[in-house]
Design a binder for this molecule. Structure first.
Ligand code: SF4
Ligand code: SF4
Length: 346
């Protein structure tokens, strides 16, 4: 990994250079909660001032820019007895600025499924390859448990990753395009003093993690506790709304359907993200539902996050952002459920 020092003015110039010819998506303040806390989302910005890199979190992750909630995989035009299929997945290069380490780690997990898996998706690959990623380090929220799951530090999957040292950024460079862009602005080599300042900021961030969960041996524990009362306890609370999967940066289950216009002249094959907590997720032709109750559906979401994905890719799917815990109206959070499982086992 290559490191550089970027001045604050240099960063502004870098953003302005990108904006000259590309779209930028960044954390943007969109409102204020009743308690006065700001609400941020990843949205397109048109100026440096619109970005707010001091954001604490976003309700939704930036997943939607790689896996949209709804997209046409192809469209059809019907003409007499013939038909023509159109597929479009090429896109203009763009940048996403301000992703935290766990959100970049979430993307590298999606890469394993959609870029390097058995069935690569050209739609996902096109979006990923054409997106310049600039990440930023910062103090965690109290309920984030990414440190426990090893997703608080990122080593790849981005172009540039910045740590704010007050009057300058300590920048990790992980791609040629990141290196080339950086060389167009006010950048210099790292000194011992910069390295020392960086270590101090990193230490402060590391010490900021308040939610710690014991995840050792969790896959085995999940096997042991398959019929545990813990699933009923939390399942009974679940409203089957699916919000947890929608805000999650790594949930990617989806359904595909075909739609035809009323005049039979056009059609589309539509992909839509889905949630394993929704009532009909495991319903099959004939009406049988393999997971008819909330308890089973909730359980399988946890098994995919912490057991099934690990079996395929040697790492859990969850990155510990706790967006699902924050959005859940029933008060269900991974930290609470996993702690319950460990206590049950004791
Ligand atoms: S766990 Fe919470 S957010 Fe997820 S489906 Fe159940 S009620 Fe909705
Ligand atoms: S904490 Fe929840 S939202 Fe975040 S990655 Fe894990 S399962 Fe997804």
């Amino acid at each position: 990994m290559l490191f550089k020092i970027l001045s604050k003015d240099g960063f502004r110039s870098l953003v302005e250079i990108i904006l000259q010819s590309n779209e930028i998506i960044a954390p943007k303040k969109i409102g204020t909660k009743a308690d006065g806390d700001p609400i941020h989302q990843f949205l397109p910005v048109t100026s440096f001032e619109e970005m707010d890199l001091d954001y604490r979190t976003t309700e939704y992750s930036a997943k939607t820019y790689f896996l949209p909630y709804r997209e046409n995989l192809c469209t059809f035009d019907f003409e007499a007895d013939d038909w023509e299929q159109k597929i479009a997945y090429r896109m203009q290069p763009r940048a996403i600025i301000g992703l935290r380490a766990f959100d970049i780690n979430a993307l590298t997990k999606l890469d394993k499924v959609f870029s390097k898996g058995r069935f690569p998706s050209p739609y996902y690959i096109s979006r990923r390859k054409n997106t310049f990623i600039v990440g930023i380090d910062r103090e965690p929220l109290e309920d984030e448990f990414c440190q426990s799951i090893g997703a608080d530090i990122v080593t790849h999957g981005f172009d540039l990753f910045m740590t704010d040292l007050g009057d300058r950024y300590f920048v990790a460079v992980d791609s040629d395009r990141g290196f080339n862009l950086l060389n167009r602005v006010d950048v210099r080599e790292v000194t011992d003093e910069d390295t020392q300042a960086y270590k101090e900021v990193r230490k402060r961030i590391q010490n900021g993690f308040k939610t710690k969960i014991n995840l050792s041996n969790l896959p085995n524990l999940l096997d042991l506790e398959f019929t545990s009362e813990v699933w009923k306890k939390w399942g009974d609370k679940c409203l089957s709304c699916g919000s947890c999967a929608m805000v999650c940066p790594t949930c990617y289950c989806y359904g595909v359907s075909e739609e035809v216009s009323m005049d039979f002249k056009e059609g589309a094959r539509v992909k839509q993200l889905y949630s394993c907590n929704l009532l009909d997720f495991a319903r099959v032709a004939g009406g049988h539902n393999f997971r008819p109750d909330q308890e089973t559906r909730l359980k399988y979401r946890y098994y995919h996050q912490h057991r099934g994905f690990l079996e395929d890719y040697d790492e859990p799917k969850c990155v510990g952002c706790n967006r699902c815990g924050r959005v859940c109206l029933a008060g269900i959070s991974p930290a609470a459920v996993i702690r319950d499982l460990y206590e049950e086992n004791v």
